[in-house]
Design a protein around this ligand. Structure first.
Ligand code: ATP
Ligand code: MG
Length: 204
């Protein structure tokens, strides 16, 4: 079983306990990827349905946990639950809920006061959320979708997240480099990457 979950580049390895939280009985990493992919797609459909979007309050802890649950509930028993173990990335477990509360308060202020242009505001939210790293896994996918939902609320389309790039590895490197720039308060590489105007955009 411990062979099953091999962490990818920029990914968080799981602990043995968390691997025990796997719901379906799977033999390979590929099967896990397929199950997770289908689960995430169903979570996206849940979140992005017009009826759900009309009432969604993305700047709310309960909603963020519910969103993670819908994205991973057929895969992991700990879907929608904040992690209880330390990570090399993210805050210590006891800081997760307080730091989420602080982020949601900040983001609410940014929205009410138009503190940043809408795309940058949504990506500041993404960067802070993924830096807290609330969950054992799925933080990247969850916080990108949460930023998409916030962008929609701000009247912007969802982000392609470098989606026009034909080179997955170059795109991943650009994304992680953009997050590191955001660590230093420079958000322009993350805005360029997420909007698909970054350096790995494929020629038309
Ligand atoms: N140095 C870093 N600083 C901040 N965030 C990082 C850094 N490295 C990785 N990340 C974020 O952590 C995410 C990986 O965390 P996790 O494995 O929980 O998410 P995931 O959804 O499974 O991954 P993926 O992004 O591959 O779909 C990356 O997508 C990225 O958003
Ligand atoms: Mg992961």
């Amino acid at each position: 079983m411990s062979e099953l979950y091999r962490a990818d580049f920029g990914d968080t390895p799981l602990t043995a306990d968390e691997i025990q939280g796997l719901i379906p009985s799977l033999a390979t990493q590929r099967e896990l990827n397929e199950v997770e992919f289908a689960n995430v797609m169903s979570g996206r459909r849940w979140a992005l349905s017009p009826r759900r979007l009309a009432t969604a309050d993305v700047l709310n802890v309960s909603y963020l946990l519910e969103l993670h649950r819908h994205m991973f509930d057929a895969t992991w028993r700990w879907a929608g639950k904040v992690r209880t173990t330390e990570r090399t990335l993210g805050v210590p477990p006891h800081r997760i809920l307080p730091d989420l509360g602080a982020l949601l308060g900040d983001a609410d202020y940014w929205v009410k006061n138009s503190s940043h242009p809408p795309d940058e505001l949504a990506l500041r939210f993404h960067h802070r959320l993924v830096s807290i790293h609330p969950f054992s896994n799925g933080n990247g996918r969850h916080s990108r979708l949460a930023a998409d939902i916030l962008a929609l609320r701000l009247g912007r389309p969802i982000f392609p997240w470098g989606g026009t790039s034909s080179n997955d590895e170059a795109r991943r490197r650009e994304y992680l480099a953009a997050l590191r720039s955001a660590d230093g308060q420079d958000y322009s590489p993350l805005v360029a990457f997420a909007r698909g105007t970054g350096k790995n955009v494929a020629a038309p």
